[in-house]
Design a protein around this ligand. Structure first.
Ligand code: UD1
Length: 365
């Protein structure tokens, strides 16, 4: 009997985690993967272009949930997804990452006693002021099968009392997406298209509420970036939240007028990874970019007080910085030798087959 497996995609960082697994499961006769888009991200630039780059088919179901407060968004996903589960009765539900839809779908499915697997389980920053940390803790508490990207995640789950039989170390699925598209990323020449020389520019992404929702912190970040841009051209693709906060705080014009600062729309996956792969450094508050830069050996300054991905600091190229330490860290990174690609166990482009095998064992014990 074929198992019907829902794969939940919701927001930008999910798509590169779902794509390699969907492609892999489609090759397996025992499984019928069904792609569900909750609609948390709905702009073409935040969603559609990723489907195109990653070869994802149109979703089988689109819940059209959209934006709202955390409770509104989470509740809307739960209501819509519960209805879909009742109508379609999946055999397994796979959620990925740590966005609101991840937690919402896991909860809705478990309340219907459906088996749930979490891909990218066990990551912990210990910072419960971050909505993503709540999403991770709750999702992992109810999931039946926990697929982890690195051994530290296994340790976190065991410490929380998760039955070790449910934990499977599979590696980092995002590296599968990069390897799947490596040739197209190399052929893209994102730097050249922007008139930048390879290895002589930085890439900056910012979207965390803690950095961009507060006028004072955003103003200080803008000052630090403007100073840095005088020494190294910076490309800043703007998340919709960041663009609207910059406009609201009257900082957008200042940034746009800063020499060396290239403001851009959110970029598609291939264009963005091409820019990152040839960058001198990256400054970000993203989760996934800490991992991608580590894999590629690009120095990464993470504008956060903590990270749920400590392996990128221990074995990778990541360094945590604050608004105060950002200018000094930029100077230091520019003065040092460029980093080398790092090898992290099981970040090898073969995570999707390991996940598929684990799921097959769970579906057909
Ligand atoms: C979400 C995730 C975050 C992830 C990020 C990547 C949660 C809690 N947060 O944050 O973990 O790193 O995605 O981008 O799930 N908006 C648009 N168009 C869109 C989507 C959003 O304009 O397609 C705007 C809306 O004004 C919305 C705001 O961005 O209110 C925030 O969107 P939301 O999905 O709530 O959170 P993100 O900040 O994107």
């Amino acid at each position: 009997m074929t198992a019907t497996v829902h794969l939940i995609a919701a927001a930008r960082p999910n798509f590169m985690k779902v794509a390699p697994l969907l492609h892999e499961l489609r090759r397996r006769a025992w499984c019928r993967p069904v792609l569900v888009h909750t609609g948390q991200h709905y702009d073409a630039a935040m969603s559609d272009v990723f489907f195109r780059d990653l070869g994802l088919p149109a979703p089988d179901h689109h819940l059209g949930v959209g934006s709202g407060s955390h409770a509104e968004q989470t509740a809307a996903v739960m209501v819509a997804y519960e209805r879909l589960c009742r109508e379609t009765q999946p055999d397994w539900v796979i959620v990925v990452g740590d966005v609101n839809s991840t937690m919402a779908c896991a909860l809705a499915a478990k309340k219907l006693c459906l088996p749930v697997a979490h891909l990218e389980a066990g990551l912990r920053s210990g910072d419960r002021t971050m909505p993503e940390e709540i999403n991770r803790v709750v999702t992992d508490a109810v999931a039946d099968l926990l697929w982890t990207p690195s051994a530290d995640a296994d340790d976190n789950l065991r410490r929380e009392g998760v039955d070790p039989a449910r934990i499977v170390l599979v590696g980092n699925i995002m590296i599968d997406s990069f390897e799947m598209l490596r040739d197209r990323i190399a052929a893209e020449d994102g730097a050249g298209r922007m008139g930048l020389a390879k290895g002589r520019y930085g890439v900056v992404t910012l979207h965390r509420p803690a950095n961009v929702d507060c006028r004072e912190s955003l103003e200080r970040i803008v000052e630090a970036l403007a100073a840095a841009a005088a020494r190294l051209p910076l490309v800043l693709p703007l998340h919709p939240r960041t663009r609207s906060r910059l406009a609201e705080f009257d900082l957008l014009h200042r940034l746009a007028a800063t020499p060396g600062l290239h403001l851009a729309e959110p970029l598609p996956y291939i264009a963005f990874m091409s820019l990152v792969a040839s960058a001198r450094l990256v400054a970000t508050d993203s989760g996934g970019i800490q991992e991608e830069t580590s894999y590629l050996g690009i120095p990464c300054l993470t504008l956060r007080p903590n990270t749920e991905r400590p392996i990128t600091v221990e074995l990778g190229t990541n360094r945590l910085v604050s608004v105060e330490t950002l200018p000094g860290a930029l100077t230091e990174a520019l003065g040092g030798a460029p980093a080398e690609p790092r090898s992290i166990p099981l970040w090898d482009g073969r995570t999707a087959p390991r996940v598929a095998e684990s799921l097959e064992r769970a579906c057909r014990p």
